[in-house]
Design a protein around this ligand. Sequence first.
Ligand SMILES: N[C@@H](CCC(=O)N[C@@H](CS)C(=O)NCC(=O)O)C(=O)O
Length: 199
Amino acid sequence: MATHALLEELSVDYQLIEIDLARKMQRTPEYLAINPNGKVPTLLHNGDIIYESAAILLYLLDQHPESDLSPPPTSPQRGRYYQSLIWMSNTLQEAANRWAHPEHYCDNKEGQASLKIKASRELERCWQVIESDLSNQGPWISGETLSGADFHLFMIAYWSRLYESRAQDYPMIQQLLKNLLKRKSIQAMLQQESLSFTC
Ligand SMILES: N[C@@H](CCC(=O)N[C@@H](CS)C(=O)NCC(=O)O)C(=O)O
């Protein structure tokens, strides 16, 4: 989702290949040969294979510096941009995974219920961290300008619309999401993936 929206934002030529998770296409030998984790997304570019959403965003934006969607390497915002993307990947996204898929972490139902409660609390804490950052230095994740990190947040916020703890319930995050929803790239991605999101 984040990769797709960014490809639209960059107005580059690309081909989208649907991996139907319900049909376990991510577990086929063909797919595992390109991404041994059996997860989406995977980017194939000039014969190279890149997986991990955050890595793909960083890579695509390095290929397209003209997009101004990543703060320049020597700018003060660069650190916050890296920090946000990596923190969202290993902390926010992990909490989201524990809430949505407790069965990946624990076999028994009681343990899964307990994992969900803790994951929900961790999600609340994470949303508060973002909310506070946006209040101090918004309106975007890296500060005054839109960056790849905002696309990553959009993806996790979209998943959270069905969670107990939702990104859209935090006013500064909600405003960021509303601003993103005005972009053609986000609308094109939602339309092409037959998704809808209002907040
Ligand atoms: N850390 C990976 C996680 C990717 C991930 O969890 N993808 C989910 C869909 S959003 C997936 O492919 N799930 C299929 C499965 O677990 O079998 C990333 O950020 O790219």
